[in-house]
Design a protein around this ligand. Structure first.
Ligand code: NAD
Length: 431
């Protein structure tokens, strides 16, 4: 590891001095190679972490689109800007790289985790030492090989492999910037070690996004959106809709329609085209989910649907709906990283907002209503970095992605993503 960080340090100055246009040119070659091998990467994703193949393909396609957007827009966001001109003076603001970035990511979207963590860093001129999750090392290896094939200069991109302690060690190697995607617990420990060296961090952490179904919601729009926001990738997404708040007047149809939707799920082999939900990433994740559901049931929750292993070998869990939820339950207080949705009734907008914000997390939020004034009012009161109204997807390369409260520090994508991986310098001079 020492050698990789040293090589990244050695390459940092020449990578910075290459300039944005040349870096963009070199990295475009990487994106071209990735695009040629996208099916291979999608297959590897499904094999390593169990995502159904159609979703793996979408992950790779999305990641390529994000990288391309960063490349197409880099000059716009990274070029110097004149902040003051007149009276014989000109003041110019430059965006300069930090130097060496440690980028540590999880396993849930291998292509996107890599691109979101590393893309803007590399374009902005940081060299990267990348640690992918121990759950998907072969995806990591393929990324490393494609970087070599693209002839990205030596030292600019390296990978280290292993479990948590490898990431902890990497964060203590005197890197200049730590970009972490993963759980809030791990993020907090990395934040402490960054503080010792006054290092900059970007943290994309856990979430427990609320979904609010108002009495005037169009359920034909809301139900497919709720399903996808909670159950895609077997519920293993940071900003998945993890707690559903339902107005009492539409409780019965919402429950009935969700049960109907879950009956259409086809659990099975992630490589088989007909599968709509694969296994969880590991047996440990299933064990954790079982403990969270058992805790809820002991405290009085009702299992509306699912709640157990299906009769399939592997780390599968049935898509599950729970009701009779109270705020002392683990499924309410903790992040639930699997296909389990707790449902809670509310009667007033006030109550819905209070329930939605009753969490340490603040990543995403989902509102379903026909009233746009109400949607705006509720969105402004949600303590989250991102809000979706009636299923419109906020995840776009030009939008800031990130959370309030314990869901993170900083943002990825767009102008904000470039800003968070660079430092600004103002140069003031006479004309
Ligand atoms: P995790 O925190 O256990 O691991 C993430 C990465 O950090 C892995 O590479 C792991 O090896 C490494 N790691 C573990 N312990 C470490 C330590 N002490 N020091 C340094 N590195 C360490 O998270 P996970 O279970 O792999 O991923 C799921 C979590 O990631 C969920 O909480 C999810 O919400 C979050 N996530 C957040 C976003 C986002 O953008 N906000 C995106 C995807 C996932």
């Amino acid at each position: 590891m020492n050698e990789k960080v040293a090589a990244a340090r050695y390459a940092a100055l020449s990578w910075k001095e290459l300039g944005v246009a040349r870096r963009v040119q070199l990295l475009r070659r990487f994106v071209e190679i990735f695009a040629l091998r996208k099916e291979e990467f999608a297959q590897l994703t499904s094999k390593e972490m169990g995502m159904p193949i159609a979703e793996s393909r979408a992950d790779v396609q999305g990641a390529l689109a994000y990288f391309s957007w960063y490349l197409d827009n880099a000059e716009k966001y990274l070029s110097p800007t004149v902040s003051l001109e007149g009276e014989g003076e000109v003041h110019t603001v430059y965006h300069e790289p930090y130097g060496v970035a440690a980028v540590i990511v999880p396993w849930n979207f291998p292509a996107s985790n890599f691109v979101w963590g590393c893309g803007q860093n590399l374009i902005a001129g940081n060299t990267v030492v990348f640690k992918i999750s121990e759950e998907v090392p072969l995806c990591g290896q393929m990324i490393e090989k494609m970087m070599q094939e693209a002839a990205v200069p030596a030292g600019v991109f390296h990978e280290v492999y292993g479990r948590g302690p490898v990431g902890a060690l990497l964060s203590r190697q005197g890197v200049d910037l730590i970009c972490f995607t993963g759980s809030t617990l791990t993020g907090a420990s990395l934040y402490r070690s960054a503080a010792a060296g006054m290092h900059r961090v970007v943290m994309e952490l856990g979430g427990s996004a609320p979904g609010i179904v108002c009495e005037d919601a169009d359920l034909s729009v809301a139900i497919p959106s709720i399903y996808s926001a909670r159950f895609d990738n077997a519920g293993q997404a940071c900003d998945a809709l993890k707690r559903l708040l339902v107005h009492e007047s539409v409780w019965d149809p919402v429950v009935e329609m969700l049960v109907g939707r879950l009956e259409m799920v086809r659990l099975g082999d992630p490589l088989s085209e007909g599968t709509t939900m694969g296994p969880l990433v590991s047996k440990q994740q299933v064990d954790l989910l079982e403990r969270q559901v058992a805790d809820a049931v002991e405290r009085g929750a009702i299992v509306i649907k699912g709640g157990k292993h299906p009769a399939l070998p592997g780390a599968y869990y049935e898509p599950t709906l729970l009701s009779n939820i109270t705020s002392d339950m683990r499924v309410w207080k903790e992040e639930v990283f699997g296909p389990v949705l707790p449902l809670v009734r509310f009667s007033t907008e006030e109550e819905a907002i209070a329930l939605a914000n009753d969490t340490e997390y603040g990543l995403g939020g989902y509102i379903y209503t026909r009233g746009m004034a109400r949607a705006e009012r509720m969105a402004s009161r949600l303590e989250t970095g991102m809000v979706s109204v009636n299923g419109v997807n906020y995840t776009r390369p030009m939008n800031p992605f990130g959370g309030y409260k314990h869901s993170g520090i900083g943002r990825e994508h767009g102008a904000w993503g470039f800003a968070d991986v660079t430092q600004t310098k103002v140069v003031a001079r006479r004309k």
